[in-house]
Design a protein around this ligand. Structure first.
Ligand code: BTN
Length: 239
């Protein structure tokens, strides 16, 4: 992978999208000073200081969109969970691609695609990882959040973490593009913290509630509601 470091930037995703034509496949745009990070569903990604990771991987697997690309966030999510585990913690996946430790969010992923005149210029897989933060800062976030230093009681070397993560990402990436979600389904399910629980999922402007039964071979969430009706959700946010 090519590493492209920026001293300071508003958003690595925004930068990667704006410069996609000049960034080659498998380039990682990263910074330790992100001033206006963006999250999923028009949310913000807070800046928690320079000892955390704010990065975007640029991928150019083909010129046309393929279904498997929407599962790349789940691939990255599994790779992230495996990297966290090397530090002795027990991460859980919250569908589709959040990672929580002790029910508190520790990383988030935002995937975006750039399409020009019907051609896929590239995919931007952005991720933020809380590695070293203070509890006071985390308390200001509007949802329960944690960081790896708090969970382990030790300072985390951000460069080493990033290196480990990217090495793991590369290992299975080509195979994942060929095979799709099935390649990682077992690894994903092992860490799925939401299964067999009553949950509510926000899908655009509606909310679907029921028991989370399974993840399909395409990475969708299978939910059964009170009327025993099945819902297969491809996108959404567990509330
Ligand atoms: C989410 O959980 O809502 C997704 C958060 C994604 C945050 C990362 S930080 C690096 C990259 N640049 C951004 O502006 N957002 C992503």
């Amino acid at each position: 992978m090519n590493l492209f470091y920026l001293e300071e930037i508003d958003s690595t995703n925004k930068y990667a999208k704006e410069h996609i034509q000049n960034l080659s496949d498998k380039t990682v745009v990263y910074t330790f000073n992100q001033t206006n990070g963006r999250g999923r569903l028009e949310r913000k990604w807070s800046y928690l200081g320079k000892d955390n990771i704010y990065a975007s991987v640029v991928l150019k697997p083909s010129e046309e969109m393929r279904e498997v690309y929407s599962n790349l966030t789940q691939y990255l999510c599994v790779v992230l969970a495996q990297t966290f585990e090397e530090y002795g913690v027990e991460p859980k996946i919250k569908w589709p691609n959040d990672i929580q430790i002790n029910s508190k969010k520790i990383s988030g992923i935002l995937a975006e695609g750039v399409i020009e005149k019907g051609k896929l210029e590239g995919l931007v897989l952005g991720f933020g990882i809380n590695l070293n933060t203070k509890k006071e800062l985390l308390d200001k976030i509007n949802q329960p959040a944690t960081s790896l230093n708090i969970e382990t009681g030790e300072d985390i070397d951000k460069e080493i973490f990033l290196k480990k993560l990217l090495a793991k990402f590369c290992l299975m990436y080509d195979k994942f593009i060929e095979t799709g979600f099935l390649l990682i389904k077992e690894e994903y399910l092992k860490r799925a913290g939401f299964l067999n629980k009553e949950i509510s999922v926000k899908v655009f402007d509606r909310t679907v509630s029921g028991i989370a039964k399974d993840i399909t071979d395409n990475g969708a969430l299978r939910l059964i509601d009170k009327q025993n009706k099945e819902h297969i959700l491809l996108i959404g946010d567990i509330l």
